[in-house]
Design a protein around this ligand. Structure first.
Ligand code: PRX
Length: 652
């Protein structure tokens, strides 16, 4: 593992700074740095104050039990997440407030008040109970961006079942692996969903997945629309499959919420790591919800009248924390959109912003770069004057994109919050607070109150350029990797002492103490804001009968941040061909999902290896980036890499 090179040196000379506009500051939740003093002097007491804003069925007395790397927050208390996201808003003015405003890609819309949400979630929760789902059971969710995705998550939370949402773009094989790993007995899916005018045949994928695993006993199928079912030819397996609408039809809207221990798992969410197998990140009930609520309110300065839209998919952590749990715990109005940003035209997002009067908008740098490429005339057609705050997440944002976002979406008036966090951290850890922080394009600025972050070198000394480390526990931190304690300790808590969290990112700190995140330092890639393990792609490639060996690296991509470049050695007697390149790309997309499709494949008879046989990915990265080759003296055969570089330049 090597820290990233100083590719972002020019960033640190970024001189443009933006203070919070006075009008914004005057009304912001956090407008005075003094409000942050308590978090500094007594972080645990400060987090406990947030936790006490939730409804507890049994109050907690102890805030934190920290036996590194095991943290237990509020662990003698009991609560229910669905109760906190829904029921507690029903006795006041929020009862008839829109909780969810949903728009399908074809243009159909549905709106649910908090009262409606309570009914929908309770009926589904009772439906799941009728299928035999109990506290602690795992339920896999493989759905498009439709309201039922949120209902399903909340219904699980209501009855204490642990959900495992699998992104709808993942392949049947990826779905089957995740079902197996978490031992899920029930799967909730849909006949299909819309994407760029086409129907994604989710049920067909799910059926294929279920041919690979026999764990699932019941499949609940949402009818996204009868047209969809006709298109996909949805086939229901007797005794196993049940239509969602049939399941909930006769269920009561009264479903008492289970009283859960604060440390009971709320969900498992899989993310890529350095091995071929994704890891199931486990999140808790009380600590997770506390920090999801706190960060949503303070980072997005959320107020009652806001219309808040996070464009992520619920299949990722951003969708969990900032579409469902954080906003609903705050009683906010959430916009949810099913489809692509350029369907039917490239103004779809801005049309939605105008139509619903979106005030807070949260998206990814990769999307912003696409908007930039499409041109400002698209947002220019719409009245975006209601927007008051913009956010970004998922990867480093280049200053040019940040400035474009500020000018063309934010009308030079909206503060931008560049939020750094991960699947593992559960919620935002490094971010501006829009009423007090001076922002600069390209930096996520400072740790959220109550969070202690720093930069360390290999030896654990504090430095201004090194590995990002979190030095105190935080409420929404991961509680483990599902079924793999050893990997949990090894991956996150073994680099320095057992109480210091290794985030896997390299970063720099400037004279003002701002953090500039440079990117991953492990063998994972960040493609369009999504983490993909190089080993996962390599394993998929070598499963192809023509492939003997493969090495995968990331190269810079203007739009997606990184693109996947694969160096492939073929088995003896397998000829190289353009068709094989296409077939291998397709093979990876089928095995993992379209997000993992390699951009480049280069055949080679040798890979650069050390004398002990380790593939030198660093050199392959240099080749893929078109850079001068670094130190090649440790190679078994330095000529290999020279030849490869020449070929890549010709063919790549
Ligand atoms: O490398 C960092 C990058 O995304 C990684 C986490 O990926 P994932 O768990 O999929 O979660 C993405 C959404 C929270 C991090 O280790 N990353 C995330 N946010 C930022 C970022 N890099 C730079 N700036 C950010 N704001």
């Amino acid at each position: 593992m090597t820290p990233p090179e100083n590719t972002f040196d020019d960033l640190l000379t970024e001189e443009r700074t933006f203070d919070p506009p006075e009008e914004f500051r005057a009304k912001a939740h956090v407008r005075d740095p003094e409000q942050l003093e308590r978090a500094k002097s007594d972080p645990e007491g400060w987090w406990a104050e947030w936790a006490r804003q939730l409804d507890w069925f049994k109050p907690f007395h102890e805030v934190l039990d920290w036996q590194p790397p095991r943290a237990r927050w509020f662990h003698d208390g009991e609560l229910n997440v669905a109760h906190n996201c829904i029921d507690r808003h029903l006795d006041g003015p929020k009862r008839n407030k829109a909780a969810l405003i949903w728009e399908g890609e074809p243009g159909d819309t549905r709106t649910y008040t908090y009262w409606d949400l309570h009914r929908e979630v309770s009926r589904l929760a009772n439906g799941l109970r009728s299928l035999g789902v109990e506290r602690g059971d795992r339920v896999a969710i493989y759905l498009p961006m439709i309201p039922e995705a949120a209902f399903s998550m909340l219904a699980c939370a209501r009855i204490g079942a642990i959900h495992s949402v699998v992104f709808g773009g993942f392949s049947p094989e990826s779905l089957a692996d995740r079902i197996d790993d978490a031992d899920a007995r029930v799967l909730i899916t849909a006949d299909g969903g819309y994407r760029r005018g086409n129907v994604v045949p989710l049920k067909r994928n799910a059926d294929e997945a279920l041919e690979r695993t026999d764990r699932v006993e019941k499949v609940v199928v949402v009818a996204r629309g009868w047209n969809v079912s006709r298109t996909t030819g949805t086939r229901m397996v007797p005794d196993r499959d049940v239509w969602y609408h049939d399941l909930v039809e006769d269920q009561s809207a009264d479903c008492p919420a289970e009283s859960m221990n604060a440390e009971d798992p709320l969900f498992v969410l899989y993310t890529s790591g350095t091995t071929g197998r994704p890891k199931g990140i486990v999140h808790s009930t009380g600590g997770y919800l506390t920090q999801a609520m706190a960060t949503t309110r303070w980072v997005f300065d959320l107020r009652d009248e806001d219309v808040y839209w996070c464009t992520a998919d619920v299949g990722w952590i951003t969708g969990h924390t900032y579409i469902v749990y954080g906003p609903l715990a705050n009683g906010a109005t959430v916009v949810m959109y099913e489809g692509a940003p350029d369907f039917p035209r490239r103004n779809r997002f801005w049309e939605i912003c105008e139509k619903y009067g979106v005030t807070v908008f949260y998206t990814a740098p990769t999307a912003i770069r696409a908007f930039m490429g499409w041109g400002e005339e698209w947002p220019g057609r719409h009245d975006l004057s209601r927007l008051r705050l913009l956010g970004t997440v998922g990867e480093p944002i280049n200053p040019e994109a940040w400035m474009w976002y500020r000018e063309h979406i934010g009308g030079n008036r909206c503060p931008i919050v560049d939020t750094w966090w991960q699947t593992e951290t559960g919620s935002i850890l490094i971010t501006p607070l829009p009423g007090v922080t001076t922002t600069r394009p390209g930096t996520a600025t400072k740790p959220f109150p109550g969070i202690s972050a720093t930069l360390l070198n290999e030896g654990g000394e504090e430095v201004d350029s090194g590995y990002l480390a979190i030095t105190r526990p935080w409420p929404s931190m991961l509680r483990g990797i599902w079924g793999d304690d050893e990997r949990f300790r090894e991956t996150y808590w073994s680099k320095w002492d057992e109480g210091t969290y290794f985030a896997g990112d390299g970063a720099k700190r400037d004279a003002q103490g701002n953090f500039w995140i440079l990117g991953r330092v492990d063998d994972t890639l960040n493609v369009a804001g999504h983490r993909i393990g190089t080993m996962e792609v390599e394993s998929a490639l070598v499963e192809h009968p023509a492939v003997a060996e493969a090495a995968v690296v990331g190269r810079t991509d203007e739009l997606k941040g990184q693109a996947i470049a694969a160096f492939v050695t073929l088995r003896e007697g397998r000829p190289r061909s353009e068709e094989l390149v296409v077939a291998l790309k397709e093979h990876v997309a089928t095995k993992i999902g379209a997000i993992a499709r390699p951009a480049d494949i280069l055949f080679t008879s040798d890979l650069p290896k050390t004398r002990s046989g380790k593939i030198m990915r660093r050199l392959l990265r240099d080749i893929a980036e078109g850079k001068a080759l670094g130190d090649t003296t440790t190679l078994a055969d330095p000529a290999v890499v020279e030849r490869l570089k020449e070929r890549y330049e010709q063919e790549g």
